[in-house]
Design a protein around this ligand. Sequence first.
Ligand code: SF4
Length: 328
Amino acid sequence: MTHLAETIDSNKIPIGISSCLLGEPVRFDGGHKNNTYIVKTLGQYMQFLPFCPEVEIGLGIPRETIRLVENKEDIRCVGSKNPQLDVTEKLIQCANDQQIWHQSIYGYILKKDSPSCGMERVRIYKNDQPQRKGTGLYAQQMMKNYPYLPVEEEGRLGDPVLRENFIQRVFIFHRWRKLLNEGAENAEGAEPAKITEFHARHKLILMSHDQNRYRKLGKLVADVSKQETGTFCEQYLAELMSILKIPASRKNHVNVLQHIQGYLKRDLDKEDKNELTETIHQYRKGLIPLIVPITLLRHHFRKCPNAYINNSYYMNPHPSELMLLNEL
Ligand code: SF4
């Protein structure tokens, strides 16, 4: 089973997902783990491409449960009751066989705790003592094949910071690919000027994740026209997605907000300046969410436009209906 390009809805962002999270009865006991937030809320913007590796490798429904077991040489995925049932290679091969559609997606939502799909902290058994230190084998191979792909578990999407981080990465990766696809229509590939513009529009977001690495990436971009475009793009994407994976801290957001405030120093009167400073201060103390200082800044930049700030995705990172900034 594979997902074909023709089935992709061009109005939504294609995202891979563990089938059971969409309510498909594919679990070992014939049940599912339907996740309403994913289906109803994220489903407005994302087209989910469901996939169940255990069904794909022919384990059937219902089926014997499998688990990760550590032995002297490696970690195997075997039947919980019947260790002779070893599906290690099949699960790894299954991820490799799905590369055609994995290449066309912008993120993947995985079911936690699964020896096939779990992203982290999956139980590994050694002498029947489980330790939560494993990764599902299908998920592990997919992440090895596509290290830049935004991947998250459904359980962690309940955390506002991790949820916003995943969705932000999906939207940025989607914009990056769009830029490359547009560039592919020209003989020379993506133009350096477009790449520089892309970077400029994401600078403040990068600052909120890691200031040092944001500066280093800026140096790489400054040399974009001296490098072969394909090599540059690979390097840039790897570093971009790696920086974005670091959750943005409140401290870093405060730095970015103050940095943006600096662009208004000649435009605001004393009262407005004090109000903005106080709003950022209240955000720093955790008394108000990030959406409050950002809304105030948007208001000021509507009246006193600045192209760099107004075009920055930091000011509008994802659809406001998702209300992700309201919980940061
Ligand atoms: S967690 Fe993965 S393998 Fe298990 S039922 Fe869901 S999709 Fe299938």
